[in-house]
Design a protein around this ligand. Structure first.
Ligand SMILES: NC(=O)c1ccc[n+]([C@@H]2O[C@H](COP(=O)([O-])OP(=O)(O)OC[C@H]3O[C@@H](n4cnc5c(N)ncnc54)[C@H](O)[C@@H]3O)[C@@H](O)[C@H]2O)c1
Length: 424
């Protein structure tokens, strides 16, 4: 049996690597740089260590166990299962962009044979697999769905940078286009996922389950972000309140913060758009999105207010922003909300220096037109804003970064009370 994994990013590579411990796997990606890096045994996303990757990679597309990475369509021809793990972003108006999914379906459609099963893993709205992707597979292959070929949906739950909850240790939801195919897809995943699987009754149920997991998280964080705004007005420490409330057995432990990345801040828009197509305007889901998207500007305004209270001149003040990735201890800068803090600060006329030991400097420049540095700057600043809780920041000597009157704003509340002047 041969498995093709289409899209070797944060989701696809760890999955392809895992399957490659038991099966012959072809990893396909259109990004030629990514393919040559993987062929050389290196994963720049840092999700799979070089050692673990090199233990499974093979140089030839053979039928033996292992992972063969390629950008050549022909290499996918002999697969029995195709697993699609391409991005599902939103556009600047927060509308779902299905182009990568459609393109990947065209790729698979071109090599699809009778009896094959195509499993989608990308996060989508309920109905996307059967309504958007399957017609493309049918059209390009000339085959008939649920007669000649079949489909499944199995959402991914990994968390970039998390070395504890790796793909094989997270229970996986599976589904199939018929009950028998559901069983087959479930068996396939069960053979590698140590944590086990949950076979959902339909593809739509599995799609909906994934998108609400992330929407629920988004809404819960939006609630505590609102609490932070309220308690800051009242001069009450939000984290102390959450700690006290958290002693109740059913109080959920969420913290205020910037909600970035391409999952939690994006997926609710997929559900919202589909709901709107059905004539329902989601109120809570979109209110959560608005709240969380407002936090970058809020943090900047809080920093500036504090500087004014301290008589620090705002125009041309120097501010050091610690962290530009979307989350701690990972190099992923996609949809990072640290950028919102930075652009809002710049609107006040301050000069911002960005220090992030994890972020790729070229990627930050390319994606956001911002200059970041990987070395701790030597100069002193009027304010320091900690936006990401990278481990390196916990060890910093903050006195070396501060001018006499300057302040430290800790968005993540990771610094000792005597170090930070204000937290979110
Ligand atoms: N990153 C996560 O933690 C995470 C967690 C759960 C779910 N997801 C979902 O999984 C999906 C993939 O996310 P990701 O973070 O791995 O994305 P990614 O950007 O890291 O990787 C996607 C890869 O797909 C490739 N690609 C794009 N179009 C292609 C095509 N037509 N054919 C072949 N390859 C193509 C890209 O070159 C890239 O290497 C998304 O739907 C995302 O929402 C991501």
């Amino acid at each position: 049996m041969k498995i093709g994994v289409i899209g070797l990013g944060y989701v696809g590579l760890p999955l392809a690597r895992l399957f490659a411990t038991k099966y012959s796997v072809v990893g396909f990606d259109i990004n030629t740089t990514r393919i040559s890096q993987l062929q050389n045994g290196s994963d720049v996303t840092l999700e799979v260590s070089d050692e673990v990757l090199q233990a499974v990679t093979k140089k030839e597309n053979t039928s033996s166990v292992g992972l063969y990475c390629t950008n050549k369509l022909a290499a996918l021809e002999e697969c029995d299962y195709y697993i699609i793990t391409v991005p599902t972003p939103v556009d600047k108006n927060n509308r779902p962009v299905l182009t990568p999914l459609i393109k990947a379906s065209e790729t698979v459609g071109a090599v699809l044979k009778k009896g094959d099963i195509v499993v989608y893993e990308s996060t989508v709205y309920p109905g996307a697999t059967e309504e958007e992707c399957i017609p493309v597979l049918e059209k390009v292959s000339g085959l008939v769905f649920n007669q000649d070929f079949y489909a499944g949906y199995s959402p991914e739950r990994i968390n970039p940078g998390d070395k504890e909850h790796t793909v094989e240790k997270i229970l996986k939801v599976t589904s199939g286009s018929t009950p028998e195919i559901g069983e087959k897809v479930d068996e396939l995943y069960k053979s590698v996922i140590i944590a086990g699987t949950h076979l959902a009754p339909t593809i739509k149920v599995a799609e909906a389950a994934k998108v609400i997991e992330n929407s629920q998280r988004d809404i819960n964080i939006a609630f505590v972000n609102e609490l932070a705004k309220i308690f800051n007005l009242m001069d009450i420490n939000t984290h102390d309140v959450l700690e006290a409330a958290g002693t109740k057995w059913n109080f959920l432990p969420f913290k205020p913060g910037l909600v970035g990345g391409h999952c939690i801040g994006v997926d609710p828009y997929y559900l919202a758009q589909k709901a709107q197509e059905f004539g329902y305007n989601p109120e809570i889901i979109l209110a959560g999105r608005r709240m969380n998207d407002s936090m970058g500007e809020y943090v900047a305004s809080e920093v500036v207010k504090l500087m004014i209270k301290r008589d620090i001149r705002i125009k041309n003040a120097s501010i050091l922003v610690l962290g530009i990735t979307f989350k701690e201890n990972c190099p992923d800068v996609r949809n990072t909300k640290a950028v919102d803090v930075i652009s809002s600060l710049k609107e006040y006329g301050v000069n911002v220096t960005i220090y992030d030991p994890w972020a790729n400097v070229e990627e930050v420049l390319h994606e956001y037109n911002l200059i970041s540095v990987k070395e701790l700057p030597k100069e002193k600043f009027d304010a320091v804003v900690l936006t990401v809780s990278h481990n390196e920041f916990k060890e910093l000597d903050f006195s070396s970064l501060k001018k006499e009157n300057s302040l430290i704003y800790d968005v993540k509340n990771i610094l000792a009370e005597e170090i930070s002047d204000k937290i979110l």
